[in-house]
Design a protein around this ligand. Structure first.
Ligand SMILES: [Fe+2]
Length: 386
């Protein structure tokens, strides 16, 4: 059996990679970019730096900075109009996962029309939108190298998973320098998201030799550096490892899928506006404990790649260490429980049935080592309160 691997055509990786934006555009034959980003990236001067790099090569770029965290169908509409009215030949997606996910959706809608609901999973989006050049400023979502985007349908509070080669950026500029000033909270949330991508890709039923190699490499980079980057944002080596680890984890899960953690995480985000990485972090220990019996050797490999178990440890011991470590990370990185986050217990319990249905419908739980029933999922949700 073979596996189809989908990647960006160009990856520029390493210190100051983002400053190579002009040469990347030239390589792609593009010279009329629209930068899609958010207000924070403008405020921090990141958008201006990209414009200046382009300007030095006589390429001018307009900026659309109205993307929002956890993008919705409505929030991307203004971006679609902006992308249509200019004569743009590509989109530079600058920011964390939300601006990049927004840009991917805008790139498709601007060119092919329709509404985002038309493009949701299980449809495979093979249309080519405006080419997207992704410049991530967090080490987490891996969106710069995935064929996915997540857009919330605000009429149903559902995070729609949209899948296909049409959402794969043509280029990714992976520059850890852009993450140096990230605050600890975002460093933690995005970093745990990346670790979750790598673990889920590795235990996924769709895992393959290619995704495995990327996932294990990612875990080796992320595991030992997550705490370091959280405690000392200026630690360049840790930042570099987290950035590369995040991109490799993105490649791994884009080619093997995520599983139950992500399936259950999206509804928590949609219903209770918990940032994506944080809802993953809340779920990762208990979903891992639930899933280990069906893939003990795989989870033990993850523990060894994280550097917390040795080759001599039995799988059982390695898995005990893994569960201890995942909880310890949450403690040390101050991941709140749903209660501490401010969610009302009865509202959460009331939403469990719908959240479980949405989780299953997303398809991700079907890739989990154990395929959960609705009641399994509800039980795990409720377990977050004990
Ligand atoms: Fe994620």
């Amino acid at each position: 059996m073979s596996t189809q691997v989908i990647l960006p055509r160009i990856m520029q990786v390493g210190e100051n990679a983002s400053l190579e934006i002009a040469s990347v555009l030239v390589s792609l034959g593009c010279n009329r970019p629209l930068i899609i980003t958010d207000k924070m990236m403008v405020q921090l001067g990141y958008a201006r730096r990209i414009q200046e790099s382009l300007g030095a090569h006589n390429i001018s770029a307009h900026v659309f900075d109205d993307t929002v965290p956890e993008p919705t169908v409505k929030s991307i509409q203004a971006g679609v109009e902006k992308a249509r009215e200019g004569n743009y030949d590509c989109i530079i997606a600058l920011g964390g996962g939300s601006p990049i996910d927004s840009a991917k959706a805008i790139a498709i809608l601007a060119k092919h029309g329709g509404v985002m609901q038309d493009y949701r999973f299980p449809r495979m989006v093979i249309e080519q939108g405006l080419p997207v050049i992704a410049v991530p400023t967090t080490a987490g979502t891996g969106s710069e190298v995935t064929r996915f985007t997540i857009i919330t349908d605000e009429t149903t509070d559902e995070k729609m998973l949209c899948v296909g080669i049409g959402f794969m950026p043509v280029a990714a500029l992976v520059d850890f320098k852009l993450t140096i000033s990230l605050p600890p909270r975002i460093t933690a949330d995005t970093g745990i998201d990346a670790l979750t991508h790598a673990i889920e890709a590795y235990v996924s039923k769709k895992a393959n030799a290619y995704s495995d190699s990327q996932a294990i490499a990612a875990i080796k980079l992320l595991g030992p550096n997550l705490r370091k980057a959280y405690h000392d944002g200026g630690d360049q080596q840790a930042r570099e490892a987290m950035m590369l680890g995040s991109t490799l984890a993105g490649i791994a899960f884009s080619n093997a899928s995520v599983a139950l953690v992500h399936g259950m995480s999206r509804p928590i985000g949609a219903f209770f506006h918990v940032p994506h990485g944080l809802s993953n972090a809340m779920l990762l220990p208990s979903v891992t404990a639930y899933s280990i019996p069906a893939a003990p050797a795989r989870y033990a490999d993850c523990a060894r790649a994280m550097g917390i178990a040795t080759e001599q440890d039995s799988n059982e011991l390695a898995n005990q260490k893994l569960l201890t470590e995942l909880s310890a990370i949450n403690d040390e990185l101050a991941v709140p429980t749903p209660e501490k986050f401010g969610i009302k217990r009865d509202e959460f319990f009331e939403a469990c049935q719908t959240m479980a249905e949405q989780a299953l419908a997303s398809g991700s739980p079907g890739n989990n080592p154990i395929e959960p029933s609705i009641s399994d999922i509800i039980q795990i949700y409720q377990g977050l309160w004990h």
